[in-house]
Ligand binder design. Structure first.
Ligand code: HXC
Length: 270
């Protein structure tokens, strides 16, 4: 059986330029790798330059493409605007913005500090808007632009210990729909991906540590965690001409997790 990315034609993203926030690690690193493998020029953005440098080197070696790594905190609108400008300077344009930078931890609402709540909203939700706002002037010149916002399924139900992340991701999905409506006439599609539990990610290490992994797996109809490449494949599909008429949609990629009951297999205990 071919892998999730093997079904895409080599070079299908040639000539595309993408900026991926959160691209240093995890799911968004996988998306950056897939885009580069299929011919795109990619800039990855996160807070730590050393992480970006290591990822850029690995992805360059694996794909033969130049990967640009620009350190910026998405909570800082000026910093993300500079990262967008650097990408356009280096690659000449911007076609795709992927908003994947996210912060998360398990915390009961009663113990969550205002700063803890604000921090996650700032990264996930405000960061998504800041990056979209900064990218807009360049994306509208693309003619076939896409903003792809990575959210989650947490807010489809009340998820214990995840008030902050649920509120942030609900906001991200709202941004997806609103921008799709406002920016469609500028040739910008805006879509989302809502990943379920994905193996080998920082999020899952934090949210499903130790024996919680087995409990969560039992609640997934597919019977397993997803793979990073399965999210990357969805991101390639949404970027491709096959999805040219898809906008304002959030694609759930979760092995059926969010339609199962109980949805998360998480307990109230940390
Ligand atoms: C309670 C916490 C906390 C924790 C941080 N805070 N971690 N509160 N429990 N474990 C609180 C702090 O106490 C502080 O509030 C405030 O948050 C800011 O914390 P700092 O450490 O000062 O901020 P910062 O250095 O910016 O880092 C915060 C962070 C970091 C970005 C959230 O913890 C982080 O990097 N987390 C990992 C990122 C991650 O997991 N990304 C993948 C997300 S996956 P006070 O009041 O004390 O000042 C995802 C998808 C879920 O979200 C889907 C599941 C299916």
């Amino acid at each position: 059986m071919p892998g999730p990315l093997d079904v895409f034609r080599d070079g299908v993203l040639a000539g595309h330029v993408a900026l991926v926030t959160g691209g240093g690690t995890g799911i968004c690193r996988g998306i950056a790798a897939a885009y580069a493998r299929l011919g795109a020029d990619v800039c990855i953005v996160s807070r730590k330059q050393d992480v970006l440098d290591a990822t850029a080197k690995e992805l360059s070696e694996a794909t033969g493409r130049t990967i640009l790594g620009v350190a910026a905190d998405v909570r800082d609108p000026d910093a993300i605007a500079r990262a967008v400008a650097t990408t356009v300077e280096r690659f000449g344009k911007l076609d795709t913005l992927i908003n994947g930078a996210a912060g998360n931890f398990l915390a009961p609402a009663a113990a969550l500090t205002p700063n803890g709540f604000r921090t996650v909203i700032d990264i996930d939700l405000n960061g998504t808007f800041y990056a979209a706002r900064a990218a807009f002037e360049h994306l509208q010149k693309s003619g076939e632009a896409l903003i792809l916002n990575i959210s989650a399924t947490l807010h489809y139900h009340g998820t214990p210990l995840q008030l902050h992340a649920s509120a942030a991701k609900a906001g991200v999905d709202a941004v997806t729909k609103n921008l799709a409506v406002e920016w469609g006439r500028f040739g910008i599609r805006v879509c989302g991906i809502a990943p379920g539990p994905i193996a080998e990610t920082e999020g899952m290490k934090r949210l499903a540590p130790g024996e919680a992994t087995a409990k969560m797996t039992a609640a997934i109809p597919a019977g397993r965690f997803g793979a990073i490449d399965e999210i990357a494949a969805a991101a390639v599909y949404l970027r491709s001409p096959a999805a040219a008429y898809v906008t304002g949609h959030v694609l759930v990629v979760d092995g059926g997790h969010c339609v199962a009951t109980p949805p998360l297999g998480m307990s109230f205990a940390t």
